[in-house]
Design a protein around this ligand. Structure first.
Ligand SMILES: [Zn+2]
Ligand SMILES: [Zn+2]
Length: 278
């Protein structure tokens, strides 16, 4: 049986954020249907296309998210800022992120917030503000991705076929045990060899190491000795279904701490670390 996610102090908030994002994902799907794609995927879909966006829906989710966050921590209040922003500015957030030359969406949003000088309009920390806008933009990405109707077998590369982000975690699915990786941004899932690293694609024998925790045999960390990035993998081969990778990611922060203490870096943000090294 699949182990239930362990409780961590931030789980209730993360679960509420995820519920809100999925509620809005369904709303975006209903209001902004994506036309059927006619071309093959080359590098990733959103490299050449744009998400469908609505400043009205974006404002709605920003307000809901801000209310949720302020309820948890009164010091984190984005409500006054959101109420004061024009629709054109909200639209500019989405456009600037998508036009960014920076492929990592976390970094792209941090750059966009500074470019649009939004951090000047609130006492909140610029990085927190970027994280907030990115969380509010997620439903537009997940709605776009869901409407692509991709099957896991349609793609066999290390990065997300829809938005190009690298995965933070994955699972071995029930039945055939194939490795399924998931996108932390748009929730697309795709099949990828368990013998290879999604970041550097090394499949050198002995290059992929597994770290396990005593007492938890369903979760492990796969680290790549060639590039130093890691993935969190959940074994669902004996479970009735695969797992919810977003919830599983939030429930396995202890694995991130373990991997990062050993000097490994999350596969989800290779560009972030490459930048730091330069
Ligand atoms: Zn994606
Ligand atoms: Zn690697």
């Amino acid at each position: 049986m699949k182990a239930e996610p362990k409780d961590s102090p931030i789980m209730p908030l993360l679960t509420q954020i995820l519920e809100l994002q999925r509620l809005f994902r369904d709303k975006v799907c209903r209001e902004l249907p994506v036309p059927a794609r006619k071309t093959r995927i080359n590098n990733y879909i959103l490299e050449c296309e744009k998400i469908l966006f609505s400043p009205r829906l974006f404002r709605e989710i920003c307000l809901r998210l801000a209310t949720l966050l302020a309820g948890h921590n009164p010091g984190t209040d984005f409500l006054p800022l959101i109420r004061n922003l024009e629709d054109s500015t909200l639209e500019a957030v989405a456009v600037t992120v998508q036009n960014s030359l920076e492929p990592d969406l976390v970094l792209a949003m941090e750059i966009s917030v500074r470019e649009l000088r939004l951090h000047k309009l609130t006492p909140q920390d610029p990085q927190a503000l970027a994280g907030f806008f990115l969380a509010a933009l997620v439903p537009f990405y997940t709605a776009f991705a869901r409407q692509q109707m991709l099957k896991p077998e349609d793609w066999q590369r290390g990065w997300c076929p829809v938005c190009g982000q690298y995965p933070v975690n994955g699972y071995n699915r029930p039945g055939d045990g194939r490795r399924i990786l998931g996108c932390w941004m748009c929730e697309t899932e795709w099949a990828y060899s368990r013998m290879s690293c999604p970041v550097c694609s090394s499949s050198r024998q002995d290059g992929q190491l597994l770290l396990t925790l005593a007492g938890d045999c369903s979760r492990r960390i796969q680290v790549c000795d060639d590039c130093g990035y890691y993935l969190k993998i959940t074994d669902c081969t004996q479970a009735a279904a695969g797992c919810d990778l977003q919830l599983e990611n939030a429930a396995t922060v202890f694995l991130d701490i373990l991997a990062q203490r050993k000097g490994y870096r999350p596969a989800s943000h290779p560009h972030r670390y490459d930048e730091a090294v330069k």
